[in-house]
Ligand binder design. Structure first.
Ligand code: ADP
Ligand code: MG
Ligand code: MG
Length: 246
């Protein structure tokens, strides 16, 4: 469903990602691992459509549709969800207001009526419960004063509301305690069963016990140097990324 072919990405006139090939089908979980500075977040930004990240060559398709000419918003409306390492904070807009705008913008593109306030609140409350977020959070400013773990839970909540076709989550495990990891893992499994395909980016293999990845990819210096099963994550845990250096 998401097809990345020979994608090369430059930032500030420097090639960071050399040539990445990755195909993620509906309901698959792909894990991308690599040490700091190898281009994981660069890939995330480029998938999103951030204009600072230039596509030098290659192609990017979602369900056969070329995403490269599309804006950030248009890509989102095609069902691509990208969750950041550091999500934005908007103190003057409540989380609930943000969800409402987000859900109804997606519905509008699909020619659906906006959700009425009662139905929206019901969906949001269910997603908040699945994300382990207290209802008080809904009325606070978007990510305002949220801890790292609460921001990740908030991203899960948004994913649950949108049921994206493909979700890319950068540094999914950073700042999460064991309880949060479990909840995020359960949320991902729930969406996976509904057909969402995932690209999960991480440094650490430890949280994978909550999920069953279809493939693990090792990124070093802008290239995927090896792809395989969960055993690759175990290898990273035991030997570090050095084991994969040529
Ligand atoms: P990772 O997420 O794997 O830790 P990044 O993709 O964040 O790595 O960074 C890869 C390289 O690209 C680094 O050398 C980083 O400094 C550079 N880079 C990323 N974004 C920018 C940017 N906006 N401007 C300049 N350099 C950048
Ligand atoms: Mg990093
Ligand atoms: Mg990063």
């Amino acid at each position: 469903m998401l097809e990345i072919q020979s994608l090369a990405i430059s930032v500030a006139n420097k090639t960071i990602v050399e040539a990445i090939d990755l195909t993620i089908n509906a309901g698959e979980i792909h894990v991308l691992m690599g040490p700091n500075g190898v281009g994981k977040s660069t890939l995330t930004r480029a998938l999103l459509g951030d204009a600072d990240y230039t596509i030098e060559s290659g192609s990017l398709r979602l369900g056969g549709l070329d995403l490269l000419p599309l804006s950030i918003e248009q890509r989102a409306h095609q069902g691509l969800f990208v969750a950041f390492q550091h999500p934005v904070t908007i103190p003057g807009v409540s989380n609930l207001q943000f969800y409402k705008a987000m859900v109804n913008a997606h519905r509008q593109v699909q020619n659906l009526e906006p959700l009425d306030a009662i139905e929206l609140l019901a969906q949001v409350k269910q997603a908040a419960q699945q994300s382990g977020l207290n209802e008080d959070f809904l009325y606070r400013g978007l990510n305002d004063g949220f801890s790292g773990g609460e921001k990740k839970r908030n991203e899960l909540l948004q994913m649950l509301l949108l049921s994206p076709r493909i979700a890319v989550v950068d540094e999914i495990d950073s700042g999460l305690d064991v309880d949060a990891l479990k909840i995020i893992g359960q949320g991902i499994r729930h969406l996976q069963q509904q057909g969402t395909g995932f690209l999960l980016i991480t440094h650490y293999p430890h949280w994978l016990e909550y999920l069953t990845p279809d493939q693990v990819h090792i990124l070093l210096a802008g290239r995927i140097v090896q792809s395989g099963g969960v055993e690759l994550a175990d290898q990273v845990a035991n030997q570090g990324f050095q084991a994969f250096a040529a």
